[in-house]
Design a protein around this ligand. Structure first.
Ligand SMILES: [Mn+2]
Length: 599
């Protein structure tokens, strides 16, 4: 009796054990079987890269290739050293034709060697900088659609030429369904004969930038993904400064400085000496000035809230940990915000590396039609806003009310990712990372200090008039009129500039000598030569930080500045003065130079 009972228990136990073993085998098999992972691959965490690069040595070395640098310095000829180049008169027809299909001077590009030399315009301290000797390998991903032959190849050649060979594992050109013949077999043949590390993967149909980048990233196998535009040129020793921060912390994403390659002459020059990426509340890409500490630490990499989008280096494992780009984003637009917000909010950080410079041809015009239908950019923006921007999304919708009606499609996977990675709030991002953004781009615009017509007190028949003038035209004094022929309504905005009420045109003073005229110039929000203050008591309009006031000549009606004084010609009336705002003159848009405590 007892024995039978035990025997039965035995059988039951064996059954359980066998079930567990079979179950385990089945589970292991199904996970190792790539086919059964297929649905997984389609989903957000399509590619999971478990390992990330850990440097084996932190010793710093000089990565410059002095032999190559010396060779480059000696090069002379068309386009060499990034000096402006020109075609001869008899090449005009070809120049025109290749201009219209590319939006830049393709015929000139064809004359310039693929391995042309570039000027070393890095910060002087970059020339002596050392980087750790153990750096991760790189897959360079370059999406393109109908790119011109020589600009595409120069992108690849400059990467290979100016990088330590063993760090570049591969260069993947992603052909987003180009229609130019030479981008097919001819390109493949050229690459396998001349640039074996470069290969092309092709999308079956036109899919847009985001899908193309994702396809390139999926095909990549190195430690770091480095995305580039298809008409760029990497400059001296550009790679180590991009890779070192990633080697030291795989959740740091690094952007190079983007220099300008002129679309007409292929001249190579800086656009500026650095700024932090940001956006306004219509999600236009904007830039914020460097912080005092960034300037002190130059050329140390500095934190930037948002990437420009096209050029960045990122650990492949971190890219996939964040799910890559939201695959629901269509064509292009908003992807740089999505990735930037995700990086910061989900435990990463982003820096610009001043010692890494890459030139980019900013086209004169976009030569290709968009493949998308409807307002795909708006839809992308709404997707990003709904998933990442929390209560700040309302500031976007306030400016773009129609976004509220756009269908985002399914965003449950994106929200689940945010949940799973325990990402921080957008409020955290706004107060700790982009803490000075709202100073320049406030979610709710403060009222103007004053607005309306601006008249000389001594002759109120006259009004200041911007006369729909062009950039650099003089601001005039004309007979007041209600007709739209005039442009006489201005505002002294909370940016402390005086702008036309109907367009983004400001009173600007490039000169501060007496009798300098007031010119029209796009508002730059930077104060300086567009800074104005109105004093309701003395009725003076004072310019900038010098002691100059708006003045005029009653004989010629010329408008200019003069040193401030008691002259009645320096008295001006403005239709409506907001005295409450005037009282806050010194407190509006107070500079913020660090994280905000209260969040
Ligand atoms: Mn581009």
């Amino acid at each position: 009796m007892m024995r039978r009972h035990i025997l039965r228990l035995f059988r039951v136990r064996n059954l359980i054990i066998i079930t567990i073993i079979i179950g385990t085998i089945y589970l292991v098999k199904s996970f190792s079987d790539v086919k059964s992972l297929e649905p997984f691959k389609q989903s957000l965490l399509g590619t999971v890269v478990k390992e990330y690069f850990i440097p084996s040595s932190l010793r710093k070395i000089d990565w410059h290739d002095y032999k190559k640098i010396k060779y480059e310095r000696k090069q002379k000829g068309i386009g060499e050293q990034g000096i402006p180049a020109y075609l001869s008169k008899n090449e005009e027809a070809l120049e025109k034709q290749l201009y219209s299909v590319n939006g830049f001077n393709g015929a000139l590009s064809d004359k310039i060697p693929l391995n042309r030399s570039l000027p070393d315009i890095r910060h002087i301290k970059c020339q002596k900088r050392l980087y750790i000797e153990s750096l991760p390998t790189v897959s360079v991903v370059v999406p393109f659609h109908n790119e011109h032959w020589s600009t595409l190849l120069r992108t690849a050649v400059s990467v290979l030429n100016r990088s330590p060979e063993f760090l570049i594992k591969e260069v993947i050109l992603v052909d987003d369904a180009s229609t130019k013949d030479f981008l097919k077999k001819k390109l493949d043949d050229y690459l396998s004969a001349n640039l074996p590390k470069v290969r092309v993967i092709r999308l079956a149909s036109r899919s847009g930038l985001i899908t193309a980048r994702l396809a390139g990233a999926k095909a990549a196998s190195a430690d770091v993904l480095l995305f580039l535009d298809s008409h760029t040129e990497a400059n001296a020793n550009w790679l180590p400064p991009l890779l070192e921060p990633i080697a030291l912390d795989h959740r740091t994403v690094v952007c190079p400085y983007i220099d300008v390659i002129a679309y007409d002459t292929f001249e190579y020059r800086a656009q500026d000496e650095g700024a932090r990426g940001a956006f306004d509340w219509e999600l236009y890409y904007k830039r914020l000035p460097l912080l005092p500490k960034d300037l002190d630490n130059m050329p140390e990499p500095f934190e930037s809230p948002v990437m420009a989008g096209g050029l960045f280096a990122m650990s492949r494992s971190f890219f996939w940990e964040l799910g890559g780009y939201d695959p629901g984003l269509d064509i292009w637009g908003g992807e740089q915000y999505e990735l930037s917000f995700k990086i910061w909010q989900c435990g990463g950080r982003m820096v610009d590396a001043p010692c890494s410079r890459v030139g980019h041809i900013y086209r004169k015009f976009a030569p290709f039609p968009n493949p998308g239908h409807g307002d795909f950019v708006g839809r992308n923006y709404r997707r990003v806003a709904e998933v990442w921007m929390d209560e700040y999304a309302q500031y976007l919708y306030k400016r773009r009310p129609n976004y509220r009606n756009i269908d985002t499609g399914d965003i449950s996977e994106q929200k689940a990712l945010r949940e799973r990675l325990r990402c921080r709030s957008f409020r955290w991002f706004m107060t700790q990372v982009a803490f000075d953004l709202t100073v320049k781009y406030p979610p709710v615009e403060p009222n103007a200090f004053a607005e309306g017509r601006i008249k000389p007190v001594s002759n109120p028949q006259l009004c200041v008039d911007a006369h729909h003038g062009a950039q650099m035209d003089k601001v005039l004094l004309k007979r007041c009129t209600e007709s739209t022929a005039g442009e006489q309504k201005f505002m002294l905005s909370w940016h402390k500039d005086i702008r036309s009420k109907s367009r983004n045109m400001c009173w600007d003073l490039p000169e501060s000598a007496p009798k300098s005229p007031i010119l029209l110039y796009s508002c730059h929000l930077g104060g300086g030569n567009q800074l104005w203050r109105y004093y309701p008591e003395t009725k003076r309009l004072k310019h900038g930080t010098n002691d100059n006031c708006l003045d005029w000549d009653p004989n010629t009606r010329a408008l200019y500045i003069m040193p401030c004084g008691d002259a009645t010609t320096q008295q001006w009336s403005i239709d409506h003065v907001d005295y409450e705002m005037m009282g806050k003159w010194d407190n509006v848009a107070k500079p913020v130079t660090g994280p905000v405590e209260d969040y």
